[in-house]
Design a protein. Structure first.
Length: 138
């Protein structure tokens, strides 16, 4: 399932060329990931209380089109589960006309906060605390 969050590009997020600063794409993508978890019923405090937390292990951004102040975009987020301890967030930053401005792939895991190691079944751990695990593709 593809989840989406609307964002309006703010003037203070622009670089000297007048387009969205490259670091802000990462903030938009993280915002969308947390909003997806929240929509699935997972609160950050619940994760901490359960002794786990999501971590980013690898991140790749392909910048395709510039964004300027005031433009409205949708930041998508879709989970791709695999065997093992890691999974992917597949994300895009899309203009309202459907133009893809950035493709973002995040490899993540769920960290056991005590052991400081990745948990072996991240989908199971998230499903256990989610009220709507279907939003997570579980």
């Amino acid at each position: 399932m593809v989840f989406s969050v609307p964002v309006t590009v703010r003037g203070y997020e622009l670089d000297t060329q007048g387009h969205l600063n490259q670091a802000v794409y990462l903030q938009y993508s993280e915002h969308a990931r947390w909003e997806l978890l929240r929509a699935a019923g997972i609160q950050q405090n619940d994760l901490i209380a359960g002794g786990i937390g999501p971590v980013v292990l690898e991140l790749n951004v392909k910048f395709l089109r510039e964004l300027r102040g005031g433009e409205e975009v949708d930041v998508t987020c879709e989970l791709a589960w695999a065997e093992g301890k890691v999974f992917q967030f597949k994300q895009q930053v899309l203009k309202k006309d459907g133009t893809v401005c950035a493709d973002i792939i995040v490899v993540g895991g769920i960290l056991d906060l005590q052991a400081r190691k990745l948990v072996p079944s991240p989908a199971e751990r998230l499903a256990a605390v989610a009220s709507d695990p279907a939003l997570l593709g579980i």
